[in-house]
Each structure stands twice: as C-alpha cells, then as structure tokens.
Design a binder for this molecule. Structure first.
Ligand SMILES: [Zn+2]
Length: 233
C-alpha cells in the first residue's frame, strides 16, 4: 500500500494521496446547495477550494454536491485534470476547467500508481461510480446510485474497500439496499458515505454498519492510511 492515505472531506468527497500523486473524488467545498436550493451545510468544509492541490479531480455526476460550481472556479486548476461524465463537460467548462477528460461508464484512466475506472451507477442524471486501484488494493466509490442489479457485478473486482451512499433519497439507495449490496460485493471493509451534509438528506451511518461485520465509520476530515482502514475491522 506504500503509505497510501485517504481523507473524507464530507458528503462523497475523498482525497487519496500516495506522496507523489493526489486524487480527489467529488469535492464539495462551498455552500452552493444552500445558495441554490436552500440546503445549508451541517459541517464546515475542511479546506478552501484554493487549498486543493489534487492532480486529478473526479466528479461522478453533474449535481451541485459533486460538481461544485461555487468552489471549482476558485480552485488552482493550472495542473488539475478533471474527469467526469460527458454530461458534466459543459458545466465544468463554465467553471473555468480547461483540462478535462470524459469519464463515462467503462472509461479507464492511469496517473502515477493510480488506476481509475468509471463503473455503472443508476442515478437521476448520467453518473458513474469509481474503481480505484493502487498498489494491489481495490477501492470502489459508489457515487450517487439507486440499487440496481447491475451493481452486483462489481463483486468481480474483488473490492477491498467500498464507499457506499446510504441516504435513501434523491436517487440514492437506502441503508437496507446498501447492506444488501455490500453483502453481495463482500468487501474487506465497507464505509458509508453521502450523509451528514444536509439535514433534509442524511442518515445515521450506524444504521448501515450495525448490520455488517465489515462496516467501518470514517471520521470526517481525519487522515487514515489505507492499511489502517483495512485492518480496522
Ligand atoms: Zn449527491
């Protein structure tokens, strides 16, 4: 695992860093959902958009908590490559993104020791989940998705750690569906995500982990090594 580190920055946002390359998935760092939809943050953003130093930012779909249209314009994007479904391309361009590659289902991407792949998701707009492979470890980030039989095929990836939405609203699976899918995929560690950001759209993560031997609740804005996450259950 070579010191690979991971930090949850809220909602579906994660930063992965191995000392050379940094990947960020779905950073939500502004309060744009409050500005546009009247839903304020429950927790402060752990960093300013200007402070994000990732080489690659993955946006799993074009919703405000995944394509943050107030934060992206402020990011230092000179050396930042954005990966997102084609559906989000125009929105990202309007945010000043100049380095973009389409990341639709089936697309693969390599940078440093990271291998990324866009996988199926069933959401209200075109969306993907993300498989991240690094030094023999396979992680799956569900993005936003309803339960769908096609997700069961992900077990073929032999996932070590999965991060799965549990909030049960607005096009996302609920705790029961998330537990069902987790048991089928059978990862070493299963981490609930996409909760604790909006009062009207959250869930108690223990409702998910209590039904699973492999369940683990990550603390917000705490840096973990991936090996300690794997050894946590
Ligand atoms: Zn979302």
């Amino acid at each position: 695992m070579n010191g690979l580190k991971i930090r949850w920055i809220g909602q579906s946002g994660y930063i992965l860093y191995d000392g050379k390359t940094e990947i960020c998935i779905d950073p939500y760092l502004s309060n744009v959902v409050d500005r546009i939809a009247g839903r304020g943050r429950m927790i402060e953003a752990p960093l300013l958009p200007e402070e994000l130093k990732s080489d690659v930012v993955v946006c799993t779909h074009n919703h405000l908590d995944h394509v943050d249209i107030d934060a992206i314009p402020l990011m230092d994007k000179k050396n930042m490559l954005f990966l997102a479904p084609t559906d989000a391309k125009e929105q990202l361009a309007e945010c000043g993104v100049t380095k973009y590659e389409p990341f639709d289902e089936g697309k693969a991407f390599k940078t440093g020791d990271f291998e990324l792949k866009a996988v199926f998701a069933d959401h209200s707009v075109p969306a993907v989940g993300v498989i991240v492979k690094h030094s023999g470890i396979t992680m799956y980030f569900s993005g936003d998705t309803e339960y769908n039989k096609k997700l069961e095929d992900l077990k073929e990836y032999n996932i070590d750690i999965m991060f799965i939405c549990i909030n049960g609203k607005l096009g996302n699976m609920n705790v029961d569906d998330a537990v069902k899918l987790t048991k089928i995929i059978n990862p070493k560690v299963a981490i609930p995500t996409h909760y604790g950001m909006f009062e009207s759209n959250t869930e108690n993560p223990e409702n998910y982990t209590s039904g699973l031997k492999c369940g683990f609740i990550m603390e917000h804005n705490k840096e973990y090594t991936v090996s300690e996450v794997i050894n946590s259950v």
